[in-house]
Design a binder for this molecule. Sequence first.
Ligand SMILES: C[S@@+](CC[C@H](N)C(=O)[O-])C[C@H]1O[C@@H](n2cnc3c(N)ncnc32)[C@H](O)[C@@H]1O
Length: 224
Amino acid sequence: MSQEELFLDSGQNTVDVKHSKSRSRLGLVVTGVVGGSLVALYAVAAPFVAPALRKICLPFVPATTAQVENVLKVLRTRSGTLVDIGSGDGRIVIAAAKHGFLASGFELNPWLVWYSRYKAWREGVHRSTSFHISDLWKVSFAQYTNVVIFGVPQMMNQLEVKLASELPSTAKVVACRFPFPTWIPEHTAGEGIDTVWVYDAKTFKSALEHGSIRKMTQQHDTDS
Ligand SMILES: C[S@@+](CC[C@H](N)C(=O)[O-])C[C@H]1O[C@@H](n2cnc3c(N)ncnc32)[C@H](O)[C@@H]1O
């Protein structure tokens, strides 16, 4: 190979190396962008998918406008503190605050909690609302006199026991779409998927006490 050919060949090699370097840089950038997007997508989607993987699956299904109106209608003579258990995007808490309640939401999904806080601020009720990133089973609702729950049938039995033991006897509980299995509602409002059931704590607490006294008596009878 002549000197001139060697020179041309090495020039070609330099161009090839430059091309392959810029291609590998582009590859790194594309990998970074795709990887970053997947991580971001996972971070956003995971809290929405996570409820489906729990023992009791309580997905994010927002209350309909009629459902929210029914909740406000059955609580129109009430005031004070209100909690929405599993508050989703905060629509019940915000609507309640606009009707004078000191309203709180407990929600597992952090995106929904941040969105709720933003919406409460935008709608001018951030002073009378609070949103907490919490698991409903790990929180005590003892301080609330108005309780709203849009749950699923699989959780209502366990929630009956929790609320009956925690709530003051002045409390009212409103169940949306799915009623509690053993409590007797004092009244209902709406129809179909927008139905809400209202329960009085005095009634379900005394039923719980009588139930446990009955259980203790039965236990005592079997023991003696
Ligand atoms: C059916 S949605 C109701 C949303 C809202 N209350 C409404 O009526 O528009 C139930 C909500 O409970 C939340 N959730 C599920 N499991 C939870 C848990 N263990 N603790 C707190 N919130 C939970 C879900 O993320 C979802 O936003």
